[in-house]
Design a protein. Sequence first.
Length: 194
Amino acid sequence: MIRRLLLLPALALCTLAAAAEPWTLDTLMQRLADRAGGRVNFIERKYIAILDEPVVSTGQMSFTPPGRLERQTVTPKPETMVLDGDRLSIRREGRELDLRLRDYPEAAAFIDSIRGTLAGDRQALERRFLLSLGGDATAWWLDLLPRDGKLAELVLRIHIEGQGGHIRSVEILQGDGDRSVMTLEPADAAQPPA
């Protein structure tokens, strides 16, 4: 009995030490790398200047390290996009488009930001972006600001929010003022909205 009572303060100290772990870019990247891979449901809202209402898309995304990202859009129109290494394939309405990312360097940089974040690859992110982290393990945000002027013409900022090793939302502010906000939840939490 006394032994158990002596263990309680030790357990409390261990819990406090874990909670006090400094929240750094390295800590976040390690948590993301530890969870690399998986499937999520998404709802994306695109705010486009010429439209009064956002365009809403829903579906599922999956990531398989080191570089395969698949996005299956259910609404408003079915579409499958697969990024695998240097290749981008888009299938929509019975047609397929295949592209090599090396032919589109600005798009490749943007895509690398998503894959780099999902993989917890700080070096890949810092090659193209300035990183700014805030919050703590229970509620964090990461801003990616393009280092390159050509990329900044396309994307002004990528703002990612999460909890622990989970990404909860991605907001992209484009150079033309349009923006998109994608919210993510584990695929087993609910079916994608129709």
